[in-house]
Every structure is written in C-alpha cells, then in structure tokens.
Design a protein around this ligand. Structure first.
Ligand SMILES: [Zn+2]
Length: 399
C-alpha cells in the first residue's frame, strides 16, 4: 500500500518529531507545575491542553527524575472517593550554579529550582583576563557547593553583558572587560566538570522574569539592563529573540538625544556612555555627593535626603525612559522590566522613567522582580531556562 510505503520511508522523521513533542510536553507540564503547584494533574491537563493520561505519564517520569513530587497533603473531593494528590516541584534535591561577570566583580551563586538564592558570593576582580576570572569563579563555586551539601548540581549558567553567543557558549566581545572570542563554556566546563550554559545577561534576566518574576504569563517582555553595561532583551511568550550569533539586544551605541558623554567608539552621547554607572558615579563625584565609584553610595546619599544625588538618579531614570521609547515603538511589548539602581530603590525614579516612556504607549513598566538578587539570579537563570525548556534532556540522567 502506498500509504505504508510512505510512512516506512519517512519513519525517522516522525520519530524525531515524536521525541520533540515529548520534550515539549514535558516542558509544558513542568512549567505548569512551577507556576501553579501544588496542583492537581487534571488542572495541569486543562492548562496545558494535554490529555490526562499524558499528564500522568509525564508527571511519573518527572517524579522519577526527582524534579517533581506529590504534594504532602492529599485533597479529597467531598471527602469521598480517590484522593486527588496534587503535584509540586521538588525543590529539595537539585540546584544550579550561576556565574555573573560584571565589570568590577563576579557574582557566584547557587539557586534552587524556583530560582531562590541558596548561597552567593562576590569576587572582586584584580585583573579581568578571562582565564583568571573564570578560574576564580570555579573556585568560588566549589566553596559554595561545600557550604550547601546534600543537593546535586544540574549545571552552571553564566551570564554577562556584551555580545554572547549562546549556541557556542562564547563571549564574542565584551568591550569593558576586554574579552574577545572567549570560549567560556569550554573553559568553565573543564574547571567544574559540569554542563555549562552561557548567555547574555539581559536575556538571562528576561528568562528569570518569565519563569519566576512578574512577567510570568506576559505575552511579550522587553528587559532593559542599565548598569555599567547597558543592554536589552526581548521575549514573546517563551521565545527570547537571539538572532544570528545571538547579536540581538546590542543597544550600547544607540544615540541619546542631547547626550554629551564621549564614548570609546568615538561618538558622543551613546546610550551606554550616557547611562553607565561609571558616568553616574563620575557626575556624583563632580557634584560632591560621594568620592566613590560605587553607585550604591549615590543611592545611599539619595536615601539620606541628598537632593543632588536624588536628582542625578531621577535624571538617569528619565534618560533611560527616553532611550527606551523608540525600542517600545518598534517592539510594542506588553511588559517592560527595567533593572537600574534608581528605579529599584526610589518611587520617583520609577515615575520619571514611566513619564519619559510616555503616554500613548500601553506597556506596563516595572522595576526588576529581583531587586536584592538580580546578579545572583542572572547566571543560574541561564541553566534553569535550559532545564525548564527540556527537563528530559537537562535532567540528571542526561548528565
Ligand atoms: Zn558609542
């Protein structure tokens, strides 16, 4: 029969498609349990559109892998019949490690499967050559593993600014660190013996917001990170846009109207030069607010009532909003999440940002959901995104 002949010839294709479908369904089940757990399997079936039998099968497999467990308190419907035992994420067995490399220091951290920080440490850079920075990160993680015994690490996520190619695990270019074509996955994998996943930190943070933060369930999210590095990431539903070699989100050299800061690229008024924490601190020093290069000193001065510090921060928030405007016009996101020190700490900075983003744009503008742990969370989110996307492939048996 021609039909049989066709299906025999084509058999490898449906098999691959089946496996993809299985992975996608397992991911949908685990995501649903993360968001709604403890939750009845029947509810997961309704939420995911999968059949109850398929949900039961996936739950059994995910429980076998130690990612999911039956919740402690069974609920009976009307006190009779079979108890409906809800399922929940098992957040007690595993952890992921995270490394975030910023310009002045590296943050290493351990996270549970809900993205909660179990342990963290900051390692100040002496020199920023990649071999040394990554060796110290591996040592830092080894120290944290020893401090949190009894949980098995699933992998290491690394997040940093600049241009990061997720596919190859390479930092293509990070101007401020002076890194070029650094094979981070290879270098850190060799030192830790764990699977390593690498991504740009704006994308890492958009994933953290999608999985664990206030952007959960949003149709589209733009994340703006304004630190020393200034970058952006955009996700529609569960897809974060990368583009070829993950070059999307490079906004460092967008021109800011009226900007006066010279940029290393040779122009004046580039976004990163205008908004970086270095520039903020330099302006704060010039105005006599602080003698430090630490932006938190400006925040502390503003909190103590220093009007000049407050104005520097609101001006920066306003400039961030003005710079974000054209991006919003192009991308039209439902939600905009901003990680910036002033906006995190002061309502009037958030107001200035929202005002500058402007009426007529319908996006909801929010500060980061993780004000205390944004850098500790960034690296681990890269690994957690991999896990929740493909729990069958990223789970311990696959390691
Ligand atoms: Zn520039």
């Amino acid at each position: 029969m021609p039909r049989t002949a066709v299906s025999t010839l084509a058999s490898p294709v449906p098999r691959a498609a089946d496996s993809d479908r299985r992975r996608t369904s397992a991911s949908a089940v685990l995501r649903s349990v993360l968001e709604h757990g403890p939750v009845a399997r029947s509810t997961v079936a309704r939420l995911t559109g999968l059949s109850p039998a398929s949900v039961t099968e996936h739950c059994a497999r995910l429980a076998e892998l130690g990612l999911l467990r039956e919740s402690a308190a069974p609920r009976r419907s009307n006190g009779v019949g079979r108890p409906h035992v809800p399922v929940d994420l098992d957040d007690t067995r595993f952890l992921v490690a995270g490394v975030h490399v910023a310009v002045p220091y590296t943050t290493v951290a351990l996270l549970d499967l809900r993205g909660r920080v179990l342990a963290r440490r900051e390692l100040k850079h002496g020199r920023t050559d990649p071999g040394r920075v990554l060796a110290r990160a591996a040592e830092g993680l080894a120290g944290l593993f020893a401090a949190v015994p009894g949980r098995r690490p699933l992998g290491v996520g690394v997040a940093l600014g600049g241009w990061v190619d997720r596919e190859t695990g390479t930092v293509v270019e990070h101007e401020l660190l002076g890194w070029r074509e650094v094979p981070v996955r290879e270098l850190l994998g060799a030192r830790t013996g764990l699977p390593v996943h690498v991504d740009g930190h704006a994308r890492a943070l958009v994933n953290a917001e999608r999985l664990f933060g206030r952007a959960r369930g949003s149709g589209s999210v733009l994340h703006l990170f304004v630190g020393n590095v200034v970058d952006a990431a955009f996700a529609t539903h569960d897809e974060v846009h990368h583009g070829p070699r993950s070059a999307a989100g490079t906004i460092a050299h967008l021109p800011v109207p009226g900007g006066t800061e010279p940029c290393p690229c040779g122009r004046t008024g580039c976004l990163q030069a205008e908004l970086s924490e270095r520039t903020l601190c330099r302006r704060a020093r010039a105005a006599g607010v602080t003698d430090s290069a630490d932006p938190m000193r400006v925040v502390a001065a503003a909190a103590d009532g220093d009007p000049v510090a407050r104005r520097l921060l609101t001006d920066r928030a306003r400039a961030t909003g003005r710079a974000a405007g054209p991006l919003l016009d192009v991308l039209n996101p439902e939600t905009v999440v901003v990680t910036e020190v002033g906006v995190i700490h002061f309502e009037d900075c958030l107001d200035a940002l929202r005002e500058a983003v402007g009426a007529g744009r319908s996006a909801t503008v929010l500060p980061t959901s993780f004000p205390e742990s944004v850098l500790a969370l960034a690296g681990g989110s890269v690994a957690l995104d991999v896990l929740f996307r493909d729990p069958l492939g990223a789970s311990p048996e696959a390691i």
